[in-house]
Ligand binder design. Structure first.
Ligand SMILES: C[S@@+](CC[C@H](N)C(=O)[O-])C[C@H]1O[C@@H](n2cnc3c(N)ncnc32)[C@H](O)[C@@H]1O
Length: 335
């Protein structure tokens, strides 16, 4: 499976893009011939697609009849299949080519794969807005990846007595919206690079939360943070940068907090033992090869060291019961 992992992924991607799973979900079990007609494929092409999807157990074949696998059916029933499809599109259109530079990225200890993403900019994010199709694929995925786990963030990050939250690198505001919806007294400021501000503003408008969530365009590293917040959130942010950069961002968060305020780090974490979980290891290939010079799915203890160096105390680890390796670290600024 490792040797041909790339081919397995291409079957999954092709089946998503051609609409095989949606077709079987909508129409129920179909023969190969019915599928071929509905997907408008030549016989050989459809034979290849069905061979691969059946061998990988994405579909089941019973004689001439094909049906959706129980696992995909369950993901659809739970409303999570869209998140998988959005993740597949991200892997195919943004991650895949850049990962070919993984070895060279390790040799040079920098993100050589960024050369595969068109546009100007020293990291991935300013380049996205220069290719609108990629920007759409990225933020659709980012929203899904957050939504796979952010109900746990809403549950574990008690904001019932907080009035203000600063969401650093908040993307399309998916987490700001979830937290503001769950905490009606909360006001959120989202910090984003200027080119992504319209993406965040549009989803805040769609959520009808313009009165409680505002977006400020700035560079997290170069510009000062606004101050006086009860909570600062880094969601899927401290996996992008080097440990030194993370510590610098956490210091700025510490300065931005009111005494007694809390910082929350919400992203995938790897085990301190350095041997898993598997998804954390696999996801680290992307962070090594593509978005920025340094980054990985760091072990919990690495984030804890950065938090302590930045001045936070009372650190709390919250491991989440999800197949994604998400976790939350909460630290407090002394009163
Ligand atoms: C991996 S995404 C996470 C988005 C969001 N927090 C979420 O969890 O869905 C990282 C975000 O950080 C933003 N970002 C990257 N570098 C930044 C910088 N220097 N200043 C401000 N935002 C930045 C990107 O534009 C992107 O939206």
């Amino acid at each position: 499976m490792i040797l041909f992992g790339h081919a397995a992924f291409q079957y999954l991607n092709a089946a998503c893009e051609l609409g095989l799973f949606d077709l079987l979900a909508e129409k129920g079990p179909l023969t190969g011939e019915e599928i071929r007609t509905a997907l408008d494929l030549e016989e050989r092409a459809c034979d290849i697609l069905l061979l691969g999807c059946a061998a990988l157990r994405l579909i089941h074949r019973d004689g001439p009849v094909c049906r959706l696998s129980a696992e995909i059916g369950e993901l659809m029933d739970r409303g999570e299949w869209t998140h998988i499809v959005n993740t597949v599109a991200f892997e195919q259109h943004i991650v895949y080519e850049g990962q070919a530079d993984f070895t060279e990225s390790l040799r040079r200890n920098t993100n050589v794969g960024l050369r595969r993403i068109p546009g100007e900019g020293k990291d991935l994010y300013p380049r996205l807005a220069q290719t609108p199709r990629l920007e759409e694929v990225f933020y659709r995925y980012m929203r899904s990846w957050s939504q796979l786990a952010n109900r746990h963030l809403v549950r574990h990050l008690d904001l019932s007595r907080s009035r203000t939250l600063l969401d650093c690198g908040g993307g399309d505001a998916v987490n700001a919206i979830a937290l503001a919806t769950a905490n009606p007294q909360l006001r959120v400021t989202v910090l984003e690079i200027p080119s992504s501000v319209p993406v965040a503003e549009e989803s805040i408008r769609q959520a009808g939360l313009e009165d409680r969530i505002t977006v400020r365009g700035l560079d997290l590293f170069a510009d000062p943070f606004p101050t006086g917040f009860d909570c600062v959130l880094f969601a899927h942010q401290l996996v992008i940068w080097t440990p030194e950069e993370n510590t610098a961002l956490l210091r700025k968060a510490h300065d931005a907090l009111a005494p007694g305020g809390r910082v929350a780090v919400f992203n995938s974490m790897s085990d301190d033992s350095g041997d898993g979980p598997l998804i954390a290891a696999l996801d680290s290939v992307y962070f090594a090869a593509l978005p920025a010079e340094g980054g990985m799915i760091y072990p919990w203890s690495q984030h804890e060291a950065s938090l302590r160096t930045a001045g936070f105390t009372g650190l709390r680890r919250i491991e989440l019961p999800t197949w994604t390796p998400h976790g939350i670290l909460i630290g407090t600024k002394a009163i």
